[in-house]
Design a protein around this ligand. Structure first.
Ligand SMILES: C[S@@+](CC[C@H](N)C(=O)[O-])C[C@H]1O[C@@H](n2cnc3c(N)ncnc32)[C@H](O)[C@@H]1O
Length: 330
């Protein structure tokens, strides 16, 4: 038997048959799921704008060290550099990617300006640690509520059945049990929480920025299929013996992460960074150049559709953006 998080970790990252080592990745034609990064260049432009705000806020440090975790094939890194934010000359961009296969594939998009690390532990200090859709891929434990405590969910030896066994994994606290009825199962994102804590310890006065799908509270996940699987752009919710070469993810309960984050929906956060004005500019360029039909016109037109996808409240726009500023006065 394997504890649920051990089962997921093995299926996603095992060196010889893990989903991410066998070529699983974000992307359209060659990918298994589409992230905000893969919608088009607009998301990276806006991340660049946010980096400029942080850079200014920190007094324009040079070098300005930004580490992007769960960087996959490096599309966000490439997009930010191509967008040439104001901080470009000072920017030292690092990627952190657990999958050796994906680290190797970053050579297609990135040059020697970007250093690649395999784990957060290899990072010394940074001004910013950021990640898009990393937390949902840090293997969760699953707990089942019982009167006065919790049982833990395990996968049986043949991966046929999930079994809840007595134990008191949460004896020290970690989930607000008051909202969880007896018998309900919820994820416990112990690994994600420890990862965020470790990221905060590396940024001193800087920022940790994490964007993902999930809910503000654990209670909101009761009765919802919080485990999602992805393969070839098909979403599922069941894990079993045939869950091979499939992405297994969890809706992230943000209340289980370290305290102090400012939360916003992705739509609201991108509005605050000026996505609206970039779309207006795109519409204007398209109107002026549609008859020319050149690359500038097509890019401008595409920006409108990208913004719709990034801000759709039923999709990417409903994702949660969490920003920690550990050194800021409260
Ligand atoms: C859902 S993908 C997101 C890719 C990309 N950020 C995007 O938005 O398109 C998650 C990525 O995180 C990586 N990953 C998982 N655990 C990690 C860890 N502890 N440190 C760094 N990368 C990790 C996975 O290998 C995978 O490439």
């Amino acid at each position: 038997m394997l504890r649920f998080d051990e089962f997921v970790d093995e299926r996603l990252y095992s060196a010889d048959h893990g989903f991410y080592e066998l070529g699983g990745q974000a992307g359209r034609a060659r990918g298994d799921f589409v992230t905000s990064v893969e919608v088009g260049p607009l998301f990276s432009v806006l991340i660049g704008r946010w980096l400029d705000l942080v850079w200014a806020d920190l007094g324009e440090p040079a070098p300005f060290i930004v580490a992007e975790a769960g960087a996959g094939r490096g599309a966000l890194a490439a997009g930010v550099l191509a967008a040439r934010p104001r901080c470009s000359a000072a920017l030292r961009y690092l990627t952190i990617e657990r999958s050796a296969a994906l680290r190797a594939s970053q050579q297609e998009l990135l040059d020697e300006r970007v250093r690649s690390l395999a784990a957060l532990e290899q990072l010394d200090d940074a001004h910013v640690v950021l990640a898009n859709e990393l937390l949902d891929n840090l293997a969760p434990r699953v707990l089942q509520r019982r009167a006065g405590g919790w049982d833990e969910v395990w996968m049986d030896g043949s991966a046929e059945r999930l079994i809840a066994l007595a134990g008191d994994p949460l004896a020290d606290g970690g989930i607000d049990a008051s909202e969880i009825p007896v018998g309900a199962r919820v994820p416990w994102v112990e690994q994600a929480s420890a990862w965020v804590q470790a990221a905060m310890e590396r940024v001193a006065t800087g920022r940790v920025l994490l964007i993902d799908y999930g809910t503000a509270t654990t209670g909101e996940l009761v009765g919802r299929p919080f485990i999602r699987t992805y393969r070839n752009h098909t979403v599922g919710h069941r894990v079993g013996p045939d869950t091979n070469a499939v992405d297994i993810t969890v809706d992230v309960p943000f209340d289980q992460l370290p305290r102090g984050a400012v939360l916003a929906t992705q739509a609201a956060w991108l509005e605050g960074l000026g996505i609206g004005e970039l779309v207006d500019e795109g519409r204007r360029v398209w109107t002026e150049r549609a008859h020319v039909g050149d690359l500038a016109a097509v890019r401008a037109r595409s920006r409108v559709g990208e913004a719709e996808a990034l801000c759709d409240p039923k999709g990417l726009g409903g994702f949660i953006v969490a920003e920690w500023a550990p050194g800021a006065p409260r």
